[in-house]
Ligand binder design. Structure first.
Ligand SMILES: NC(=O)c1ccc[n+]([C@@H]2O[C@H](COP(=O)([O-])OP(=O)(O)OC[C@H]3O[C@@H](n4cnc5c(N)ncnc54)[C@H](O)[C@@H]3O)[C@@H](O)[C@H]2O)c1
Ligand SMILES: O=CCCC(=O)O
Length: 498
């Protein structure tokens, strides 16, 4: 397979489902092809799985659950820690796999491997620290204790934009607390997940604890199998709000626990007193990271009128310095989009904005010369709320900039949105920083920084951006359920003091 020639360790490549510790084909006998979005070349193929494959994986995870949950948190943590070590040792190969199937530039791919490893390390450390509670009862003859138990088999469904990290962010806490999992990889990017599984097995994850079912066209069928199964007790999904809504409905029949990390429409707000060097360099990161394809990417850029012209001038200069190309080239700063549909969607948003009066300051077109999946880094001004680019998640390299006058006006604009994942605020006034952060309706606020993600910081949204938090000390909560033990007839009469 073409992919193997890229790696120092070709044994990190496999092209089957991973069920109960074995690499197996789909019962369908069908396969789907996986392409490099930069070059269009065929990387390999994976099984086009069916509900029957998902059932097998669920069965394996269910069978493995009692033994896995019975191990101590310390033992599970040691396995996760070994897995972290192996991911770090194989960082270069994993980054190459990510670049090959997702297209992201090398620096972004290495960043993703680090993020993935960090989740394994973090949850290795959390595993032995899942504490319950002892609670005073209303009556002195009773005792209350609260246990935190693993929910059981979890279905994890992840997108292509972070093909390793979004999986590590979910399976780290799941495995740490004693759950077993069935992962449905993104059809565009199965190989990074497969390599993670190979390293997991080398680290000592027992058969059945971590299973992978691949599918592309059959994805909805696998989603249904996971959501409707009585044996799956939780589904955790990262992806669009549209699909999250569907999965939540599907999970309602069996009343599953559901975690949803969904779409965003992040406002990026620059006030007059902001440090403009910081604001511009952070806009470059927050807007254009992974060519604009992250859920926390700045979507609506609001700049206060006093610094608007200067901010725009500096941002244009910075973006002109990008090197767009294949992520395989070391000099590339920004790779392709994931596919032609994504390019067409971004082009459609730009066309709609231009028709409604937006001005193209930079870029604005497909980059045919590099291939069908490239779009020029673009800056638009004269942007207004009537344009789709303001209300929809762009998921591409387009900065849509609007001026504003007052703090109240920009907060109202930022909150005029049905999703609420991340927001960025640039100011050097402490009182304003506090006030605006508290008034913004998002799950996360980045103050004077363009980077939100850190393993220690809870990640997640409010409104239609989702439910639950990933990473951090809260990340295990979504994989735990409380058990209350009330003990009666426990009157203790303390002896009188002598
Ligand atoms: N909040 C977060 O943490 C976070 C992180 C990454 C991406 N995202 C969001 O993901 C979206 C980008 O990814 P996309 O456009 O591929 O999203 P998408 O929802 O179309 O697909 C995401 C994944 O969901 C699965 N999927 C698709 N349809 C399904 C179905 N009917 N049943 C079961 N699974 C299904 C596929 O595996 C796919 O890779 C953006 O909205 C982005 O904001 C959110
Ligand atoms: O795309 C969503 C995740 C991005 C991140 O964690 O920075």
């Amino acid at each position: 397979m073409a992919l193997k020639t890229l790696l120092k360790d070709p044994s990190l490549v496999a092209d089957q489902n991973y069920i109960n510790g074995e690499w197996v084909p789909s019962v369908s006998g069908k396969r789907f092809d996986v392409f490099d979005p930069a070059t269009g070349s065929l990387l390999g193929s994976c099984p086009e799985s069916t509900a029957a494959d998902a059932e097998k994986a669920i069965h394996a995870a269910d069978a493995a659950f009692p033994a896995w949950r019975s191990r101590s948190g310390r033992e599970r943590g040691r396995i996760l820690r070994r897995w972290y070590d192996l991911v770090m040792e194989n960082k270069d190969d994993l980054a190459k796999l990510i670049t090959a199937e997702n297209g992201k530039a090398q620096a972004d791919a290495v960043g993703e491997v680090n993020l993935s490893a960090n989740f394994l390390e973090w949850f290795a450390e959390e595993a032995p620290r899942v504490y319950g509670d002892v609670i005073p009862h209303s009556s002195s003859a009773f005792r209350v204790s609260v246990l935190k138990e693993p929910v059981g088999v979890c279905g994890l469904i992840t997108p292509w934009n972070f093909p390793a990290a979004m999986i590590a962010r979910k399976l780290g806490p799941a495995l740490a607390v004693g759950c077993t999992v069935v992962v449905k990889t993104a059809g565009e990017t199965p190989f990074s997940a497969i390599a993670l599984a190979i390293l997991g097995a080398r680290a000592g994850v027992p058969p059945g604890v971590f299973n992978i079912v691949n599918a592309h066209e059959n994805t909805p069928e696998i989603g249904q199998a996971l959501c409707y199964s009585e044996r799956v007790r939780k589904v955790s999904f990262t992806g669009s709000t549209r699909v999250g809504r569907l999965l939540m409905k599907q999970c309602s029949d069996s009343i599953k626990k559901v975690s949803l990390e969904l779409g965003g429409n992040a406002p990026f707000i620059v006030f007059d007193e902001a440090d403009l060097d910081v604001a511009v360099s952070c806009a470059v990161v927050a807007k254009f990271k992974v060519t604009g394809q992250t859920c926390v990417c700045a979507n609506r850029i609001y700049v206060q009128r006093g610094v608007y012209d200067e901010f725009l001038k500096r941002l244009v200069e910075a973006v002109q310095g990008f090197r767009v190309g294949s992520g395989h080239e070391a000099t590339t700063t920004h790779g392709p989009l994931i596919g032609a549909n994504a390019v067409n969607k971004v082009a459609g948003l730009v066309d709609d904005a231009v028709q409604k009066g937006a001005q193209v300051v930079l870029g604005g077109k497909k980059l045919h010369a590099l291939g069908p999946n490239f779009f020029e880094p673009t800056i638009l001004t004269n942007v207004t709320d009537e344009m789709r680019i303001v209300s929809e998640e762009i998921f591409g390299p387009v900065a849509a900039i609007q001026p504003f006058d007052s703090e109240a006006e920009v907060i109202a604009a930022a909150n005029r949105c049905e999703v609420g994942l991340a927001a960025y605020v640039f100011t050097q006034e402490a009182a304003r920083a506090t006030r605006v952060s508290e008034l913004l309706q998002t799950g996360m606020v980045a103050l004077n920084t363009g980077v939100i993600s850190d393993v220690a910081a809870p990640f997640g949204g409010i409104k239609q951006s989702g439910l639950g938090r990933e990473g951090s000390k809260y990340g295990v909560d979504d994989y735990l359920q409380l058990k209350t033990i009330v003990t009666g007839n426990m009157s203790v009469v303390h002896p009188a003091r002598i």
